[in-house]
Design a protein around this ligand. Structure first.
Ligand SMILES: Nc1ncnc2c1ncn2[C@@H]1O[C@H](COP(=O)(O)OP(=O)(O)OP(=O)(O)O)[C@@H](O)[C@H]1O
Ligand SMILES: [Mg+2]
Length: 397
């Protein structure tokens, strides 16, 4: 694996998924391989056993190393989500270097000031996203509103140590839901400005809210497709793997089969009695989907109302991604509950075999890694240019 290769690890409730990829000069992500392993020690946004988690990450990384026929090198980024993150908005105010003109360096200083305003010894800042800036008038200060995501330093340190104990040296830990939303930002159909992006997986719904094209709110709720699987396990007296199969089978069927007296053959190896009425499955699955979507909506409703009253803006769309977002029922229910355009999105720019909503987080992590690498290269180059310039002056070339 060469230095430009990025290993993106997405820690999910169901699986640890890993993609090895590289962002090409034209912006496309070239994938070299993928791997996955069942998750242990983490569920619904909580780390319960850090060593078990590190071990399952190691297994998933071993899979990708074999699949992509490469050794672990390059940079490794780990995405995780859930309640370990805190998100808040903070305003940074600075005087622009040249009054009346706002440069990237001014915005960067304002972001640092915003972080400083909310700095906390126990938390490490992972993402600082400038949400809005008030362009400075001549003589006036520059004000930048930022969205800041941080995580417990102790947890990050423990995770990093457990991973390095398993031979994995991470270059960075990121909030999975945020990098997924940011990675897809310029690829969303309709190029919306005010929208809600939800990565809904097995155990967490990571919500990112955008206004004027910039992230201004994020949250993670412990809701996902695992609840539907558990309901099916109970309602049909089947094991987890069998219930997962039935859920995916149901997802491919039309809701128009309802009230038609259709009986589905839901047998798996070892069962013969699972001839299930479609209406029975429909009732189990749709009532849980309705509950999950309504809980997400209830969480967002005050924010949507405030945005309307403060800025006179309504949200245009809801974009769903993540494995549970692949269920047509979830998109249909979200459209009904939110009463706005709803669409499921996936990383379409990847090779066709990877185009699935469950891969959006890994895609976002690779793009994040490529962005960090590009900015490090730019810093190295500018440091080199300063050095060359100084050397030229000294040598009077
Ligand atoms: N085609 C499908 N139809 C129905 N459900 C699906 C489909 N594909 C995936 N899922 C469901 O999506 C969930 C897994 O999604 P995903 O891989 O995004 O979750 P995760 O990242 O492991 O969990 P987390 O919620 O912690 O991020 C499972 O509940 C799985 O059953
Ligand atoms: Mg996930």
């Amino acid at each position: 694996m060469d230095k430009k290769t990025i290993l993106a690890i997405d820690v999910g409730t169901g699986m640890v998924k890993v993609l090895a990829g590289r962002q090409e000069a034209d912006g496309r992500v070239e994938l070299l391989g993928s791997g996955a392993a069942p998750t242990a020690g983490y569920a619904r946004g909580f780390v319960t056993d850090i060593n078990a988690l590190a071990h399952s990450i190691r297994q998933a990384v071993d899979c990708v190393v074999m699949a992509a026929d490469c050794q672990t090198a390059g940079s490794i980024y780990l995405g995780i989500s859930g309640s370990m993150f805190t998100a808040q908005n903070s305003v940074g105010i600075v005087a622009p270097a040249s009054p009346g003109t706002v440069t990237g360096a001014d915005v960067e200083r304002a972001c640092k000031a915003a972080v400083f305003a909310v700095a906390n010894d126990e938390y490490e800042v992972l993402h600082v996203l400038p949400a809005k800036e008030n362009a400075a008038q001549p003589g006036a200060a520059l004000e930048v509103k930022t969205h800041i995501v941080a995580a417990s330093k102790t947890l990050l340190q423990n995770l990093t140590n457990a991973l390095s104990g398993n031979g994995i040296r991470v270059s960075g830990i990121v909030a999975g839901g945020i990098v997924a939303a940011e990675g897809m930002k310029n690829e969303l159909p309709g190029q919306p400005s005010n929208y809600i992006f939800i990565d809904i997986g097995a155990g967490s719904a990571d919500i990112s809210v955008y206004a004027d094209g910039r992230l201004f709110s994020s949250a993670s709720l412990p809701l996902g497709g695992d609840y539907i699987t558990s309901d099916l396990m109970q309602g049909l007296s089947v094991g987890r793997a069998h219930a997962e199969e039935i859920k995916r089978y149901y997802s491919r069927l039309s809701p128009n089969l309802r009230n038609q007296g259709v009986i589905l053959d839901c047998n798996d190896y070892g069962t013969t009695d699972k001839h299930i009425p479609f209406d029975f499955l429909y009732d189990i699955i749709e009532s849980r989907v309705d509950e999950i979507v309504t809980l997400v909506y209830d969480d967002l409703k005050p924010l949507m109302d405030n945005h309307l009253s403060d800025h006179g803006q309504v949200f245009e769309s809801v974009y769903l991604t993540g494995g549970c977002g692949a269920m047509p029922s979830v998109a249909a229910c979200a459209a009904k509950v939110f009463q706005i355009h709803t669409e499921t999105v996936k990383p379409e720019r990847l090779a066709v075999e990877y185009v699935h909503p469950a891969n959006t987080v890994c895609y976002g992590i690779i793009k994040h890694g490529a962005k960090v690498a590009a900015s490090e290269l730019a810093t190295e180059r500018s440091a080199w240019n300063v050095f060359v310039h100084k050397a030229k002056r000294l040598l009077k070339i």
